[in-house]
Design a binder for this molecule. Structure first.
Ligand SMILES: Nc1nc2c(ncn2[C@@H]2O[C@H](COP(=O)(O)OP(=O)(O)O)[C@@H](O)[C@H]2O)c(=O)[nH]1
Ligand SMILES: [Mg+2]
Ligand SMILES: [Zn+2]
Length: 289
């Protein structure tokens, strides 16, 4: 039978199949293969007497570490339109992190109640300009939530974004839950400070939502500079048209990306941002040795 791991607790995995959720153990072979099942994994299980065993883990399309979850297909990149003000560089870091992880990014601008029509349009245009959709929401009042729910269908979605953007509020609104972050006192005592909180997938709108905002660590130093250019979707059609194979679109002559830039086909901010990140990665390399 096929299914998806939606939760893992103490060596047990809860696998959602077409009709039910089955408690499973993992086959010992995964230990040798150094491949532990993860929440989000699509798996093949064998069930007898109501007990399941995970026999096989299907290839992952993505693998996040924090939260630890596989096969996320989509991220709601949540930023407040105001309070705190949008940090555009930070937004772009999230976007390339999504691309790097093979995750589709949807920019959700929260706290629309705090901005004027004019301010909204300005920011929307700026983000559309770099090639991303924008959805305006008010997580607190539930405005724009139906639109987001529509986007959840058939996807496995994680929320990311800077602290204070409204991610926890949004998750609570989406799944109709209150105060997940603070939790009740008894829960806090029961769990203790150092217990790792495993992520869980919540079935919602014919899709799955990762129950904790995550992926908020925007350290990108693990990226390698040769692959950075693939995290800029607008470079895609030019990446292999440069004179030099492996062109990093920086100082190389006859570069198709720089040509597109000069012709206004590529956004100047984004190109400059690319160069800054590239240089940051090159700088980081020095310290590795
Ligand atoms: N005005 C306004 N405030 C909001 C909205 N959504 C969240 N907030 C507030 O923003 C603050 C940060 O929200 P929180 O969900 O904790 O953000 P997180 O750090 O991203 O999880 C809280 O005080 C929320 O009440 C909104 O749509 N409008
Ligand atoms: Mg939070
Ligand atoms: Zn080039």
């Amino acid at each position: 039978m096929e299914g998806k791991i939606i939760k893992g607790i103490g060596g047990f995995y809860y696998v959602k199949t077409k009709d039910e959720i089955i408690e499973c153990k993992a086959r010992g072979k995964f230990r040798h293969k150094d491949m532990k099942p993860m929440v989000g994994d699509n798996v093949l299980i064998n069930v007898s007497n109501g007990k399941g065993v995970i026999e096989e883990i299907f290839d992952r399309t993505s693998e996040l570490i924090r939260p630890t979850v596989a096969n996320v297909t989509q991220a709601f990149v949540v930023f407040a339109i105001k309070n705190p003000d949008i940090n555009f560089d930070l937004l772009n870091r999230f976007l390339i992190l999504c691309e790097y992880n093979n995750i589709k990014a949807i920019v959700c601008l929260n706290k629309v109640d705090l901005a004027s029509e004019k301010e909204r349009e300005e920011i929307k245009n700026k983000i559309n300009d770099i090639g991303y959709d924008v959805l305006f929401i008010n997580a607190k009042e539930g405005i724009g939530i139906d639109m987001l729910k529509e986007r959840l269908k058939g996807e496995e979605t994680v929320l990311c974004g800077p602290s204070g953007a409204g991610k926890s509020t949004l998750i609570n609104t989406l799944i109709n839950r209150t105060h997940m972050e603070t939790g009740s006192v008894s829960e806090k005592i029961g769990r203790g400070k150092h217990t790792t909180r495993h992520s869980e997938l919540i079935e919602i709108e014919e899709g799955y939502l990762v129950d904790s905002p995550g992926f908020s660590n925007i350290d990108i130093s693990f990226m390698d500079k040769e692959n950075l250019r693939y995290s800029f979707p607008e470079f895609e059609e030019y990446n292999h048209s440069c004179k030099f194979r492996g062109c990093l679109h920086n100082k190389e002559p006859q570069c198709a990306v720089k040509k597109a830039l000069s012709e206004g086909e590529i956004n100047e901010y984004r190109y400059n941002f690319y160069i800054r990140i590239l240089e940051e990665l090159q700088e980081g390399e020095k310290y590795k040795w």
